[in-house]
Design a protein around this ligand. Structure first.
Ligand SMILES: [Cu+2]
Length: 301
């Protein structure tokens, strides 16, 4: 039988948004980050909350953002009711740091800790997520952005640079389940950075600014993401820059599970422009439109 996402004495989230940069401390020349995997009650709309399994109490977990060539150390503490591991999706880590349970490491048991350490490379848009029973743990919220900036700054530098992580949830009778807890079962909520429309974040832009959106598919479904008002260029795929001569100009890009697309556009018309998934069922909240995978890009003078 399918089990709801659980835990004991689960607290309400104290942070309102996920994916914010995680602070680090220096130990020698190593950037040291602290992550605690723990359950939390996480609002995905103003009326609906999920029981989420999180890094540091937010969905997505906090963003790790470093410069190419930095040595990073991440101390993971497991306060989940089940074992876990972290996989550094797309990053060229040593095999022992790859986070595959019973292959590259022992699962990190509840109450235990594990330290990951590697050189952050190459530059690009990545993510980190659980690799232990990912069907459940990733669906439950154990994912976050990981951005490696190149040593030479990108030119032109985007004025607005936002990570958008796309996923799904199944909420039934006040309980949260993995997005696809059994073959044939479908999710009924769809989130960008852990929030469903109208509670997704509005992206505020000044007319003429260059906007970079780093789209990442971390759920179980494909999502054709469509931008109104202006076409965009695909400037990086799965972290790797696309040479300018081969950049496609599009208004819709299919983001599959595991993929990242960095898209860029100049916001040259004022107004409230929407970005949304074009599988239109995915712009509903429990079958009620509008909702789900939609957000506003608010362009002002
Ligand atoms: Cu979709």
């Amino acid at each position: 039988m399918m089990q709801p996402i659980g835990g004991e004495n689960i607290q309400n989230a104290t942070e309102k948004v996920g994916g914010r940069p995680l602070l680090f401390r220096m130990e020698g020349n190593v950037k040291v980050f602290e992550l605690t995997a723990k359950p939390i009650i996480w609002p995905i709309t103003k009326d609906v909350s999920v029981t989420a399994w999180t890094y540091n109490g937010t969905v997505p977990g906090p963003m790790i953002r470093v410069t190419e060539g930095d040595t990073v150390r991440i101390n993971l503490k497991n306060e989940l009711p089940e074992p876990t591991t972290i996989h550094w999706h797309g990053i060229a880590v040593p095999n022992a740091m790859d986070g595959i349970p019973n292959v590259t490491q022992k699962p990190v048991q509840p109450g235990e800790s594990f330290t990951y350490e590697f050189v952050a490379q190459p530059a690009g848009t990545y993510m980190y997520h659980s690799h232990y029973e990912g069907d459940i743990q990733v669906s439950a919220g154990l994912y976050a952005p990981f951005v490696i900036d190149s040593k030479k700054p990108i030119t032109p530098k985007p004025d607005v640079d936002v990570n958008l992580m796309i996923s799904e949830w199944l909420v039934k009778n006040g309980q949260t389940f993995a997005a696809m807890p059994m073959a044939g079962m479908e999710p009924n909520y769809f989130t960008i950075n852990g929030k469903a429309f109208p509670n997704t974040e509005t992206i505020n832009v000044k007319k003429g600014q260059l906007v970079r959106l780093r789209l990442a598919g971390i759920g179980q479904f494909v999502h054709p993401i469509h931008l109104h008002g202006v076409p965009f260029k695909i400037v990086a795929t799965d972290g790797h820059p696309v040479p300018e001569a081969t950049q496609l100009t599009k208004d819709t890009v299919l983001v599959s599970p595991g993929e990242r697309y960095d898209i860029e556009f100049v916001a040259n018309e004022t107004g409230q422009w929407i970005l949304h998934c074009h599988i239109l069922h995915h712009t509903t909240n429990d079958n009620v439109e509008p909702g789900g995978l939609m957000l506003m890009i608010n362009v002002t003078d």
